[in-house]
Design a protein around this ligand. Structure first.
Ligand code: HAM
Length: 421
């Protein structure tokens, strides 16, 4: 075939879409019970929104964005994540005027030009949930409880919640400087990326997968020993709320996440499943972002889950039964086919899923089709049935057949099908 999808992009075929929809409806119902409202920002924004929010030195901004220069010379990008857009919309539309605490969620595709592999795509979908306008540890706990509830409702178990605090604008610069000094003594064993990171964004060295860098950071100072008293109080309270809510977590001072806007709490739900990309959900607090984007000095926290990764982990559990039509109407002969077309149209108006054959086929072929579709019942009508005014209704499961009056057939069928006889 001449055309196939691009590497890292994939078609979500009808069978898979059903799994997605089932998951999405569960997630929506949990989000509703936590009082979250949907927002749909565009998938293209000015490049600067992302570079300023996520950080110029991050992999996402420096290597992975799909950017183009438009006809007016403006650089625009496909969104690599949704938080920056939600923050922009919150500021632009002054959402805080109506309600000082906004709980927003969004579903949709994100784009990152990463090296594709299992569980890692260039277009992938996220569920994002953000609480804007609250600074206390209770909103951190509520958000983590929300993520846990979604993962449980989806049917995922065996995930580990890793928790860290990245400090604030008061304590992090001091830690950063100390870390930089430590790393400067280890430059010769760091990979070339980390040699740069050590200068520009030293916390990112914690995230490096290269063995020698790993060894270096295993002896590095821990941010959890260096956060200020306020951050410590916030982090301790969050842990107490989580423990009180029976949410198990593991402290991980190396969890720095790949986006620069984080402050204080950062967390990730990871799977130990071999061969999978381990992060299923990641998030944290970003108290400085709204101000950085020219908005009010409001705090915020949020998370995003990768839908492909969730579905992959669900495996067959997510699949469920394929939906099937209530009825197949088999018309035999031109006259019956014409009648059937009208009946099917009218039954569908009543919201009943009915199928028919578009062409002219014999009974055997039509029964085969009804069977393939999994139709629960089949109405068979030919010239003889039209003449006698009685069609034959077959129950495909019990194989039972009975006559049904064709006068007023649409209402007759509605009665039978809606009663689910
Ligand atoms: P993130 O950690 O970059 O955070 O992405 C969140 C989740 O999206 C990951 O845990 C993973 O499940 C999924 N994901 C990321 N990249 C890919 C990929 N290439 N292929 C498939 N799935 C992927 C964020 O995006 C932040 N905006 C989260 C956030 C919201 N923080 C605060 N609010």
């Amino acid at each position: 075939m001449e055309f196939t999808n691009l590497k890292g992009f994939k078609d979500i075929l009808p069978e898979d879409v059903r799994v997605w929809q089932r998951l999405e409806s569960k997630v929506r119902s949990v989000l509703r019970s936590f009082g979250f409202h949907e927002i749909k920002p565009p998938i293209i924004e000015r490049t600067e929104l992302f570079s300023r929010s996520i950080g110029l030195d991050t992999d996402i901004v420096s290597k992975e964005m799909y950017s183009i220069v438009d006809a007016k010379g403006k650089s625009i990008s496909l969104r690599p994540e949704a938080t920056a857009s939600v923050a922009r919309a919150y500021i632009q539309h002054r959402l805080y005027d109506k309600n000082p605490v906004q709980k927003l969620f969004t579903f949709g595709p994100m784009f990152r030009r990463e090296r594709p592999q299992k569980g890692r795509f260039r277009q992938f979908y996220q569920i994002n949930a953000e609480i804007l306008g609250d600074s206390g540890p209770r909103s951190d706990a509520d958000l983590i409880i929300l993520a846990t509830t979604i993962l449980n409702e989806a049917g995922l178990s065996g995930l580990t919640l890793y928790l860290n605090s990245l400090g604030c604008s008061q304590c992090r610069p001091r830690f950063r400087q100390g870390l930089q000094e430590y790393l400067s003594q280890k430059t010769d064993v760091l990979c070339s990326d980390c040699q740069k990171r050590a200068k520009t964004n030293p916390l990112r060295v914690f995230d490096c997968k290269v063995e020698t860098c790993n060894e270096v950071v295993s002896d590095a100072p821990s941010i959890l020993d260096h956060i200020c008293q306020d951050c410590r109080g916030h982090f301790d309270s969050l842990q107490a709320y989580l423990t009180d809510s029976d949410i198990f977590f593991v402290l991980n001072h190396r969890l720095v996440r790949g986006l620069d806007y984080y402050t204080r709490t950062s967390f990730e739900f990871q799977t130990e499943h071999p061969g999978a990309q381990n992060a299923v959900c990641g998030g944290g607090r970003y108290d400085g972002l709204l101000k950085l984007l020219g908005g009010p000095d409001h705090p915020a926290i949020g998370f995003a889950m990768g839908i492909e990764r969730l579905i992959d982990l669900l495996g067959d559990v997510g699949k469920g039964e394929s939906p099937a039509p209530e009825l197949f109407v088999a018309g035999l002969g031109e006259k019956a086919e014409e009648e059937v077309f009208g009946w099917v149209r009218d039954l569908r108006k009543a919201g009943i899923w009915v199928e028919m054959e578009y062409g002219s086929k014999g009974l055997k072929a039509q029964m085969k089709k009804a069977d393939r579709l999994g139709a629960k019942k089949v109405l068979m009508v030919g010239d003889d049935e039209l003449a006698s005014g009685k069609g034959i209704l077959r129950d495909m499961e019990t194989k039972e057949q009975k006559e049904i009056d064709l006068k007023n057939i649409v209402n007759e069928l509605k009665k039978v099908l809606q009663k689910n006889e």
